[in-house]
Design a protein around this ligand. Sequence first.
Ligand code: KIV
Length: 281
Amino acid sequence: MRITDFYNYKKPGSKISMITAYDHTLASIAAESAVDCVLVGDSLAMVMHGHPSTIAATPDLMALHTAAVAGAVKNKLVIGDMPFLSARKGLGHAMDTVEKLARAGAQAVKIEGLDGQAEIISHIIQSDMPVMGHLGLTPQSVNRLGGYRTQGRDQASAEKLVNDALELERLGCFALVLECVPAALAGRVTALLKVPVIGIGAGALTDGQVLVMQDLLGLYGEPPSFVKKYLDGRRLVTEALNNFDGEVKNSVFPAAKRKDHENSERDTAVAAAPYGAAVRR
Ligand code: KIV
């Protein structure tokens, strides 16, 4: 999927699937999967680094993870998140961040919110870096919002969200993420916009859905209620680790005596290049 394909998804029966990835291993699995595009979300501050919010993500950290993901994903659009304050410290700083993410391999950036950023968003787009908007629950605003709560519940905030979405489209955003808003409001915005709207915790009426990969795989603690776990990953990985532990302690692994044909050239190669690199080649 290329950036130019996005508009083709704006029709009934056509849905976009977007998944987050932060590291080379899971990104390479995303690359082999059918999902349409990959977001290097600033949620990596929480999921990969254990911070309590996304505020800890910096441009350099985002660029590091973007490079790891982009190195593995050659066949899909890779979008890099502009982290907290990166579009708020003036045009120069914003463009430095865009440059870092683009040089790391992002083909587009995602920016949370609109207020006070219209000029910068427009400049980034005119500089040939596509921008994905992000409205509703914008996690970088957690301190102002007083927690991770559904947004756009009252008339005034719903109207503001609709107007902001239209303005982001007018500025040239190629898509919009709507996070944690009532399904009816997400449906209204989706119907109004010509660009695709990708929802998360925003019901079924959007043009697509995005999830954090570790949530979908059941790896990262207890996910929000809107997440569907497609794998009980935490239990499966724990089971595998416990099996390994048991086999080591009971001298089952490694087998004391290996069959002759197993002591081959391949073992020599693995010893020379550990961590699975030689095995995959
Ligand atoms: O940072 C992130 O992962 C995100 C998605 C959940 C939309 O912004």
